[in-house]
Design a protein around this ligand. Structure first.
Ligand code: 13P
Length: 255
């Protein structure tokens, strides 16, 4: 199965609209026409409208970092799927570990968001990952299984088209401590096996599984050559045009 690599930048709470536009211009200039690798940028909400027009005519796609599952209503500070669509977002990151640990998101609330995103033609990038404590207690695979089961509850096979799962070990996020290619591959293979049992062989072979956690140009190749790693969800290294472009290049070289 030939899955197209996906390199997505999660900018987190970084970049004003002007800074975002500057970064996107550089990305588009260098990798904005290639089709070998799918490239997605996920700026903060406030920069979506500055970034969207710069992606017109380019192959780079836009994503958001979170959303509320409801269509509208009294949810101060929240953003709906329709609002994201109106800003030309195609993807939305859901269940990031920072949202889970700092903002109280649970598998159940992540699941509501996943289903709302799919209903609104947004492609979820569902994040899963264990903490250091869980890894040391040998609970990695059971944690991942619980997050997949919870996050994808009541999602049927047809709805998985375009859905992406990102494995982000919490201990590797922003720490400079990257999972070894073997550690990452073990979890990715587990996720693919789980998808096969839960959905089908065909769904599991089509779905892209990203690795996230201190991924950068210097470690990209060894991760991307693993059988079940189909790209990266990049934090820190996505904030600099050169390193993000180098990551896209690393994925193109594998493609
Ligand atoms: P870093 O690449 O900064 O470790 O962040 C990874 C991440 O959380 C992407 O969603």
């Amino acid at each position: 199965m030939n899955r197209k690599y996906l390199i997505a930048g999660n900018w987190k709470m970084n970049k004003t609209s002007d800074e975002a536009a500057e970064l996107v211009r550089e990305i588009v200039q260098t990798v904005g026409q290639q089709m070998d690798v799918e490239v997605v940028v996920c700026p903060p909400f406030t920069a979506l409208s500055a970034v969207a027009p710069l992606l017109e005519g380019a192959t780079v796609k836009l994503g958001a970092q979170n959303m509320h599952p409801s269509a509208s209503g009294a949810f101060t500070g929240e953003i709906s799927a329709e609002m994201l669509r109106s800003h030309f977002s195609s993807y939305v990151i859901l269940g990031h570990s920072e949202r889970r640990s700092l903002f109280g998101e649970t598998d159940a609330s992540v699941n509501e968001k996943v289903r709302a995103a799919i209903k609104n033609q947004l492609k979820p990038i569902l994040c899963v990952g264990e903490t250091l404590e869980e890894r040391e207690a040998n609970e990695t695979l059971s944690v991942i299984e619980r997050q997949l089961e919870g996050g994808l509850k009541d999602v049927d096979g047809e709805a998985t088209v375009g859905l992406v799962v990102a494995y982000e070990p919490v201990w590797a996020i922003g720490t400079g401590k990257v999972a070894s290619p073997e550690q990452a591959q073990e979890v990715h293979a587990f996720i693919r096996g789980w998808l096969k049992t839960r959905f089908s062989e065909s769904v599991s072979q089509k779905m892209r599984l990203l690795y996230g956690g201190s991924m950068k140009p210097s470690n990209a190749q060894e991760l991307l050559t693993q059988t079940d790693i189909d790209g990266g969800l990049i934090g820190g290294a996505a904030l600099d045009a050169n390193s993000f472009i180098d990551l896209v290049t690393a994925a193109r070289e594998q493609g």
